[in-house]
Design a protein around this ligand. Structure first.
Ligand code: UDP
Ligand code: MG
Length: 190
């Protein structure tokens, strides 16, 4: 199996690049953010629970997110591997992911971080907010809160996999095609 974690701050281009990587490598793309938005648009109990956190730019509690992720993985057992986008966001989520993949006799192959400076991220997200329909993209305070949570909690996930010599960082500024090529260079070297 090839199991990639596409990592980086909000607005770093994970979703855009994951869509292209899926075509190239035939992996299943799992975006926990997209899964939450699907649940919210269908007004399910899970969506209702997630909504209050997402509206403020906070993290949905780990046990909720981990349960949802597990369901998605278990519903798609016969894949070559997964691209995790927006997950794991905490150390507890990282441990849960490792345990889940170990059950399938797999492991995280690589965590690739898209490195993008703060100012660029805020500009990208506010711009995306004009068309994304995401209210958490429209308010600069909420966007800054998401970035702060990324720095306080999520960035530790990079270190968690760095100890296992699995984390790498690539420059996330450039054209979509340039960044895609940087990602492919890393994946082809796995
Ligand atoms: N979220 C979360 N856990 C996840 C994924 C998403 O709590 O594993 C919530 C969180 O509130 C986040 C929002 O959903 O700010 C949007 O997440 P997404 O990954 O889509 O946005 P991104 O940060 O990539 O712009
Ligand atoms: Mg995303």
């Amino acid at each position: 199996m090839i199991n990639l974690i596409l990592f980086g701050p909000p607005g770093s281009g994970k979703g855009t690049q994951a869509a292209k990587l899926v075509e190239q490598y035939a992996l299943l793309h799992i975006s926990t953010g997209d899964l939450f938005r699907y649940e919210m648009s269908n007004d399910t109990p899970l969506g209702q629970e997630a909504k209050s956190y997402i509206a403020k730019g906070e993290l949905v509690p780990d046990e909720v997110t981990i349960g949802m992720l597990r369901n998605k993985v278990e519903a798609n057992p016969d894949v070559r591997g997964y691209i995790f986008d927006g997950f794991p966001r905490t150390i507890a989520q990282s441990e849960a992911l490792d345990a889940l993949l170990a059950e399938k006799e797999g492991e995280v192959s690589k965590l690739i971080m898209l490195d993008v400076p703060d100012d660029e991220i805020v500009a990208r997200i506010l711009n995306r907010g004009k068309t994304s329909g995401r209210t958490d993209d429209l308010d600069e305070d909420i966007v800054r809160n998401r970035i702060q949570i990324y720095k306080n909690e999520t960035s530790q996930v990079f270190d968690f996999y760095a100890i296992k010599e699995k984390s790498i960082k690539i420059d996330g500024v450039g054209s979509v095609e340039e960044i895609f090529n940087r990602l492919c260079d890393e994946i082809d070297n796995l």
